[in-house]
Design a protein. Structure first.
Length: 308
């Protein structure tokens, strides 16, 4: 039977009864007396102690722990909270003459999001593709291909307007939420590192900023191969783009362990294929026949039934 801390009112009554038993004839239940004040004070201190002990008990179990204590559990198990990351991707410039741009030049989106060119590039009149990175970390820096950008400072020989191209600007992610961090911790505890099992691949994929769920398919698409796929639930479109797939594939291939700093990753042997899922909408329709149309209870039961 679980332990139930006594409520404050019951602690006050219990303290008053204890005083009455130890001091026959006293009346600790009478208001505005010294013994009554002592009873209230003692019960209040006892209630605070019970609350503190209950809080400590919750912190022992990671699934019940507060955020600060959860981070300690995660540190012990080597699960490091994913920080916010910056999005990056290709941008196409229009050159009116032979020209170039230097590293650090800024472009701006219509909503004020700023990007900077990550490397100096020169080219002849026509189109020139450069790589940019969002100034601010977080999902807000992601943008699809076709999004227009403008130079913060006009550049000689280059059209003021540029366009995000290729797979768009991807990879931007917010700081990992507590539920997502807890999910990774539980997965780590229940599926310890095993030198390259399917759970290792899933854990590595989920360590990449923005990735929330991952699946490993042994012997996919054929014997001797391993398939890994994932989704990004915090993005408007949870299905990854080519840039996201490449980012996860590179991380699985080789990376420094977030906790130890030692190089880890894909073991020798299987060929690893990171692939993106295909969205296949399903039209569930109305499962109720016409003769049940007059039974709202039946329809409501069907509508309330969750689809997993």
């Amino acid at each position: 039977m679980p332990y139930q801390p006594l409520p404050l009112a019951q602690l006050i009554t219990q303290t008053q009864q204890d005083i009455s038993q130890r001091l026959p004839g006293s009346q600790p239940g009478v208001s505005e007396t010294t013994l009554n004040a002592i009873a209230y004070a003692q019960a209040g201190l006892s209630a605070q102690e019970h609350e503190h002990l209950a809080w400590i008990a919750r912190q022992i179990i990671p699934t019940e722990a507060d955020e600060a204590e959860l981070l300690k559990h995660c540190s012990f198990w080597g699960v490091i909270r994913k920080p916010a990351s910056r999005g990056d991707g290709p941008v196409q410039l229009m050159l009116t003459t032979d020209a170039g741009v230097t590293e650090g030049v800024q472009l701006q989106r219509s909503d004020g999001e700023v990007y900077r060119i990550t490397g100096s590039v020169t080219g002849k009149a026509g189109t020139l593709t450069v790589q940019v990175e969002a100034e601010n970390a977080g999902r807000s820096g992601n943008a699809p291909a076709g999004t227009p950008l403008t130079f913060v400072t006009p550049q000689a020989g280059i059209n003021q307007t540029a366009t995000i191209t290729g797979t768009g600007i991807t990879g931007g992610a917010d700081v990992e939420s507590v539920p997502e961090l807890l999910s990774r911790l539980v997965f780590r505890v229940q599926n310890p590192p095993s030198g390259g099992t399917q759970y290792d691949f899933e854990r590595w994929a989920r360590e990449v900023p923005g990735v929330t769920r991952a699946w490993c398919k042994p012997e996919w698409p054929q014997a001797g191969s391993v398939g890994v796929t994932f989704v990004q639930d915090n993005n408007p479109d949870i299905f990854p783009g080519e840039g996201d797939v490449q980012r996860v594939a590179e991380y699985i291939r080789s990376h420094d362990d977030p906790a130890t700093g030692q190089p880890v990753g894909q073991p020798l042997g299987p060929t690893v294929k990171v692939f993106k899922l295909t969205n296949k909408p399903v039209d569930f329709g109305n499962p109720h026949s016409p003769e049940n149309a007059g039974e709202p209870g039946c329809c409501k039961a069907g509508a309330d039934r969750p689809v997993v």
